[in-house]
Design a protein around this ligand. Structure first.
Ligand code: B3K
Ligand code: ZN
Length: 844
């Protein structure tokens, strides 16, 4: 397979003036008729005519009405064309019912739907399937089905047909079509300038009762984008469709977002607080793409972070506004540190803007998305909120209708602020997590922080240059008062010092407040100082981080066999827990202990070889110690977190439940499961039931409860996914693989459905000691299933394979077994481009 490089970008030879498509739907033989008006690109000297296409059966093709002679070319066709504008007309046949890859036009439970990003449109018809070719689309859908949807505004319809018109120029990856037996939940939204928009959420009959929350989230997103970014919606309709078979979470197709049903449907009985929060965020994310992604799109797929980083940043701002800013920031920092740092540490590390790829689907990563958002957060911190707003206004003004680049993006910031961002740009090109170490000096009332930054090598990038780091710092007095409020230090050198003068006592520093840069802060801090920050820091992130660092140290020690955690931690935690002036959601986060894999990473970072079983049993011991020593505070938190009355998914009550359930999880280590069992039996809402069940399973109990849960929910697909994930994820490590095997034999294990496949595979892989069983049975289980899925759905197979990216972290025996598993995935004649690229990179 060919490697595509950013450096080889060339503008398209031909542009598209407009597109008209007709679909005659049939599961086995859908006909797609296209009329495309091409014109030469004045910005290109190349006149080669090339159209992408994959698995298309061509019925006819003409140019200006005359039959065209098509020649096969890599990934598509070419043919001779006039040296002037012309009209291409083609008819092709495709088989949506046979499409298991779920890219292009496919079927899910009898519903026709599409997924075209990144390169799925070429499975629908011949087309220049690249994001810098934008055109207005008119679509006619024919089929004997009650609902026929496409992008844009509805034009006309009759029995068995409907016509749609999308006036906004768009790349093919934003094309969508949905048809089938669907019902709509409807609402309306009036935009800032008074435009009436019909909103529809389309679901399978029977699911209408679970759309209200998503609809509210949509309206709140539309309002927020007007108020905060000045962005108004631009069509008369906005439709969302929920489908059960979907490779990703959701897709921002113009005017017709398609969602994984897991991210739309919610009711108190079936969805947890976490699901509600995710639905709110993803609805917002896809809606926000209308401006950051659709109106302004990406020139090429290397620029993916242009739309994804920015849209994640925007959805994070939205969630902060809807919920708690401090809690959201901690959650996002936690995601980056848990998952993005992990990606950076291994063979899959890549820059926020990668420079080459084989299969672009492999680069929809946490680095592109979440680190891409962090980079924007840093930019905003550096230039300030007002300048950020000016830059964004300029971006929308200057690039509306464009397929833009990271250079364009940075240019608007340079123009709006007069800053030189050439060094800052390294955040887009250098992979890896900078390590920031700190020395301190104290003399004559002057306190000096001396920082050193260094980024370890990553694949293809042995040497790194210093990056611009916004380091937010505050200083506390020994009595706990803040003497220097938060100040953002701008570090640009490899080593640089910053002095604070006129202090009466040596201060205690609070460094990297609000997680102001995605770096690893390397600083030896005595546990007493961490406990001090846990008690006094005014910055919620650092306050939480102090508790995390103490917890991490305790868990690392415990994995090494040490007996007792630092009393500072337990006491500090106890005091914070009992402080009812603190947001319950924040206190819940204080109780969120690092997971087994976090500890494995931390040990590896220190140069130790992690032992999954020792980590697991160390964690169980720490959990018991906490349960015993903090039992009064945990009990109190458990009761404080009760939320009687009707279920309310909003941040307040959800935070209370989070506190209750974190406390429950710890208490369960010492009470034999009594509280958890009672909570499952009380059956108040899915959040509390699943938390109870999970606590029970984690102590090796709860088999009967899990079975009853299964029987009750076996017909609810989304709840059954949670059951698969929970049972595999919480199984005792020694029997986790056997549990996973029997789950794979379960009649409901519909492995071709991505949600079900992921539930089981991610469940087992998240069971750290279970997956990393020394005899390699966990590796074999995953590898077997990935190999089986690969020919069916390469994209999901490749994504799942990333659980092997950590292989170098472990002992020789495990390394050997993981490597063998990777080879088994790779060394096959029919390995997909997707999985092939991933396995190859992991083995390099
Ligand atoms: N843009 C889509 C992701 C498409 C995934 C393609 N493999 C969803 C999102 O980020 O909003
Ligand atoms: Zn997105």
């Amino acid at each position: 397979p060919r490697t595509i490089r950013l450096a080889d970008y060339a503008p398209p030879a031909w542009l598209v003036a407009d597109v008209a498509l007709t679909f005659r739907l049939d599961p086995q033989a859908t006909r797609v008729l296209s009329t495309i008006r091409f014109r030469p690109n004045p910005d290109s000297t190349d006149r080669t005519f090339f159209l992408h296409g994959e698995g298309l059966k061509t019925i006819s093709a003409t140019i200006d009405g005359r039959p065209a002679t098509l020649r096969e070319a890599e990934g598509g066709i070419t043919c001779d064309v006039p040296d002037a504008p012309f009209t291409w007309e083609a008819e092709v046949e495709i088989a949506p019912a046979e499409n298991t890859a779920l890219e292009g036009l496919y079927m899910s439970n009898g519903i026709y739907c599409t997924q075209c990003e990144a390169e799925g449109f070429r499975r629908i018809t011949w087309y220049p399937d690249r994001p810098d070719v934008m055109a207005p689309f008119r679509v006619r859908v024919e089929g004997d089905l009650p609902v026929l949807l496409s992008n844009g505004n509805p034009e006309a319809s009759g029995p068995g047909w409907a016509e749609w018109d999308d006036p906004w120029r768009k790349p093919a990856y934003l094309f969508a079509l949905v048809a089938g037996d669907l019902v709509a939940v409807r609402d309306r939204f009036t935009t800032l300038s008074g435009r009436e928009v019909d909103l529809g959420i389309w679901v399978r009959p029977g699911d209408q009762g679970r759309c209200a929350f998503a609809m509210e989230a949509l309206k709140a997103s539309m309002r927020w984008d007007e108020e905060v970014y000045g962005r108004e919606y631009d069509l008369g309709v906005f439709n969302i469709v929920a489908v059960d078979d979907f490779n990703a979470g959701a897709m921002e197709n113009k005017g017709l977002n398609v969602f994984n049903s897991a991210l739309v449907l919610a009711s108190p009985e079936t969805a947890t607080d976490g699901t509600y929060e995710r639905i709110e965020a993803v609805i917002a994310h896809e809606y926000f793409h209308n401006w950051t992604g659709n109106r302004i799109t990406c020139r090429d797929w290397f620029q993916l972070c242009l739309k994804e980083g920015l849209t994640v940043f925007r959805d994070q701002q939205f969630t902060s506004a809807m919920r708690s800013e401090a809690v959201k920031r901690i959650e996002d920092a936690q995601t980056i540190r848990r998952h993005q740092f992990k990606e950076d540490q291994g063979p899959l590390a890549h820059p926020v803007r990668p420079e080459s790829f084989v299969e672009i689907n492999n680069f929809y990563t946490i680095t592109v998305y979440e680190k891409g958002a962090e980079v924007i957060g840093m930019l905003r911190r550096l230039v300030g909120a007002a300048a950020y707003k000016r830059a964004l206004d300029l971006y929308f003004d200057r690039h509306d209708g464009d397929a833009a680049t990271i250079e364009d993006w940075l240019q608007v910031f340079e123009d709006a602020t007069g800053r030189d961002l050439s060094q800052f740009k390294r955040w887009y090109s250098q992979a890896g997590t900078p390590r920031l170490s700190v020395e301190e000096a104290w003399e004559d009332g002057t306190y000096t922080l001396i920082f050193t930054q260094e980024t370890p090598p990553t694949p293809g990038q042995p040497d790194k240059a210093p990056q611009v780091l916004p380091i937010a710092v505050g200083l506390l007095n020994p009595n706990g008062d803040e003497v220097v409020p938060t100040k953002v230090l701008e570090m640009t050198e490899a080593r640089q010092s910053f002095a604070f003068e006129g202090l009466s006592a040596r201060p205690i520093p609070s460094i990297l407040r609000d997680f102001s840069a995605p770096v690893v802060l390397q600083r030896e801090v005595p546990s007493a100082e961490r406990a001090f920050l846990l008690a006094h820091d005014t910055d919620p992130f650092n306050r939480w981080d102090a508790a995390q660092a103490l917890a991490r140290a305790a868990l690392m020690d415990a994995a090494g066999g040490a007996g007792d955690p630092a009393p500072d931690w337990i006491e500090g935690l106890g005091r914070a827990l009992a402080d009812t002036g603190l947001d319950p959601a924040f206190r819940a986060l204080l109780l969120d202990l690092p997971g087994d894999e976090d500890i494995a990473i931390a040990l590896a970072e220190r140069g130790d070889v992690p032992d999954p079983d020792a980590i697991h049993s160390g964690r169980a011991r720490i959990r018991r110690i906490l349960a015993e020593r903090l039992s009064p505070q945990l009990e109190a938190a458990y009761h404080e977190g009760a939320t009687p009355g009707p279920y309310d998914p909003s941040a307040g009550p959800a935070g209370q439940r989070a506190l209750r359930n974190r406390a429950l999880w710890i208490l369960t280590a010492a009470d034999g499961g009594a509280r958890a069992r009672a909570q499952v039996a009380a059956d108040e809402n899915m959040t509390n039931v699943l938390a109870g069940l999970s606590a029970l399973l984690s102590i090796g109990a709860g088999e009967a409860e899990a079975a009853a849960f299964h029987d009750r929910w076996k017909d609810e697909r989304l709840v059954l996914d949670s059951w698969f994930a929970l049972v595999a994820g919480q199984a005792p490590p020694e029997s986790a693989v056997e549990t996973a095997r029997s789950l794979a034999d379960h009649p409901a294990f519909a492995w071709k459905t991505p949600n079900r496949f992921r539930a089981l595979m991610r469940g087992l892989a998240g069971n750290h000691a279970g997956f990393h069983r020394a005899d390699g049975a966990g590796y074999d289980f995953l590898a077997d299933w990935i190999v089986r899925l690969d020919p069916v759905n390469p994209s999901v197979a490749a994504r799942t394979s990333t659980v092997f990216s950590s292989w170098k972290r472990y002992d020789a025996g495990r390394q050997e077994r993981m490597r063998a598993a990777l080879h088994r995935m790779l060394d096959r004649d029919d390995v997909s481009r997707d999985l092939g690229e991933m396995a190859q990179r992991m083995l390099e």
